[in-house]
Design a protein around this ligand. Sequence first.
Ligand code: TK8
Length: 338
Amino acid sequence: MKRFLIAALAATTLGSAITAVTAQAADDIRPRMIRFGYGLNEDSNQGRAAKLLAEEIKKASDGKLKVRTFGSASLGSDDQMQNALMGGAQEMMVGSTATLVGVAEEMAVWDTPFLFESEKQADYVLDGPVGQKVMDALEEKGLVGLAYWENGFRNLTNNVRPVEKMEDFDGIKLRVMPNPVFIDTFKQMGANAVPLPFSELFTALETKAVDGQENPYNTILSSKFYEVQKYLSVTNHVYSPWIVTASKRWWDGLSKTEQEIIRKAAETARDAEREDTRAEAREALAKIKEHGMEVNKVSPEEIQRMREQAKPAIQTVIDTVGEPLFNEVQAAIEKAPK
Ligand code: TK8
């Protein structure tokens, strides 16, 4: 403050007054090392966005805030990283909202089968007030939500048979994200749903501990699931967001300027990541086929049957998040652009 006053007194032109203000803001940024973890590899859409986030933070802080990114779950599974953030042992991460349901049950609302019909709709709801409300539920659990990134619409892969109708799920050992809504949804379909962390998934497919999994095209490509999976069935059964989070213990010790820089970087990276992910997804099916996977598109009639069959899982969501929040999300969807 003293420095600011002296500088301001010494200022004879508007230009140097501005310099003084900037200098004061810079004092607000301390040299820090930020560990940012994520589950996919560096060559994935998640990896590219993490890199961009790190660059943005470096630029905006004049190199004082240094982000070290750790891909391929090298700091642990999504679940382990969440715990590290809550305990203050790691600063930041990006991972699925689905894995956070055990921390803040409100997150389960995004797992509602067939919730969104388009990416535009998802952006509108996630970036709007109800998306923020769900994010805010993390705070009392020791996490600060910064931005939703796109994981995307999920599709099914397996080694048993192409899934063309609901009955084809029968007996397939399917890895699902570890949360009750995903387990329920696929049990309803007749699959044998096995919850597993993503970091164990490739090996589980390779060793045939499970027959299949479900993820967006981007991940099927970047994680090379085509090496260990034969059939891809296009279901778009749910849109999955990722969420960038920070350890609240750590966050509360940052200056306002630092918080602002990091929040903005998470949002800038979000916008770029969504564009990148969508562009990649548009090309992905052709590439997946080139890698030898057999692709089938599930018919609208069969999707309708799956929607009906998934209804008990929707009830699980309502029981978990409460009817008011569920309805609020529905209302936002109705207002969203198609
Ligand atoms: C990456 C995961 C992944 C998710 C999953 O750590 O677990 O299947 O789709 O993106 O968060």
